[in-house]
Design a protein around this ligand. Structure first.
Ligand SMILES: Nc1ncnc2c1ncn2[C@@H]1O[C@H](COP(=O)(O)OP(=O)(O)O)[C@@H](O)[C@H]1O
Ligand SMILES: [Mg+2]
Length: 249
């Protein structure tokens, strides 16, 4: 397994946000973590990528109170659950956050190049940029445009493109469809599928269960901080409870 999260629990002060969550992602897979608003999806990603631990260490003693984290995270053969967020990035685990807005004052091109800050090899940066442009031709067309003036869908594509510039081993995308019109949402999902087809391993966090099931290899359903069921889309779509509660069928 490329990512193996075991028995992860997170509690803010007195509230348990994640309760004994175990998730694995194998190389080449597109795995989803779906669930309603407030289920703990972003907290899961933010814990795995070291951000919640950073929050605990930097904000300790503030109004946020104490944060308890338990469980283990293994990535590409190494334990990463004690590493700092920037060292986790260096290992190739990249997080494309929810409602991420690119640096709005910067051009599309400069935003993409900012994504490549860790890559020293100029030729590699150039090749990766070409790859990103081949997935998102609109980013080439809009290269010199100020990012803040892009549409919501284009900004989401830029956010994903910028994450790809780091050459991740695992790309975690948090709710890429939030706030997008149905047609744009469909396009963004097609792009994510295309990125997987190019060899990328993806952990997709989403609220839109039916669209996610249509493209993920395997899925985990998170509700109130617990994994309530998991399986291939085919398996889950046959499950009566899942159909009623999450697919509205
Ligand atoms: N920094 C925090 N302090 C306290 N509670 C938090 C914090 N971040 C998230 N929560 C709570 O954790 C729960 C899960 O939030 P989140 O992980 O954002 O869910 P999702 O991404 O599935 O919508 C929510 O009830 C939220 O209010
Ligand atoms: Mg979220």
């Amino acid at each position: 397994m490329l990512l193996e999260v075991k028995n992860l629990s997170v509690a803010y002060d007195t509230a348990t946000i994640l309760n004994d969550v175990s998730i694995s992602v194998d190389s080449g897979e597109l795995v989803s973590l779906v669930g309603p608003n407030g289920a703990g999806k972003s907290t899961f990603i933010r814990t795995v990528t070291g951000l919640v631990r950073w929050e605990r260490e930097t904000l300790r003693g503030t109004r946020y109170g104490d944060i308890k984290i338990e469980g283990s995270v293994e990535f590409n053969g190494d334990r990463i659950d004690k590493l700092a967020a920037h060292d986790i990035v260096k290992k190739g685990l990249i997080h494309c956050p929810e409602r991420r807005r690119p640096f709005t004052e910067m051009s599309v091109y400069d935003n993409l190049m900012a994504g490549a800050y860790l890559v020293k090899d100029k030729k590699q940066v150039h090749d990766t940029l070409e790859e990103v442009y081949s997935i998102f031709p609109v980013l080439r067309e809009r290269g010199s445009q100020v990012s803040g003036t892009l549409s919501g869908g284009e900004q989401q594509m830029l956010a994903i493109g910028r994450s790809l510039m780091v050459k991740p081993l695992l790309l975690c995308i948090d709710e890429p469809s939030t706030g997008l019109a149905p047609q744009v949402k469909k396009l963004v999902f097609e792009k994510i599928k295309q990125i997987q087809a190019m060899g990328m391993t993806i952990l997709l966090v989403e609220q839109d269960v039916s669209m996610t099931f249509a493209m993920a290899d395997r899925n985990y359903i998170l509700s109130h901080g617990k994994i309530i069921t998991q399986g291939t889309s085919e398996e889950l779509m046959k499950d009566e409870t899942v159909r009623q509660s999450y697919l509205g069928l």
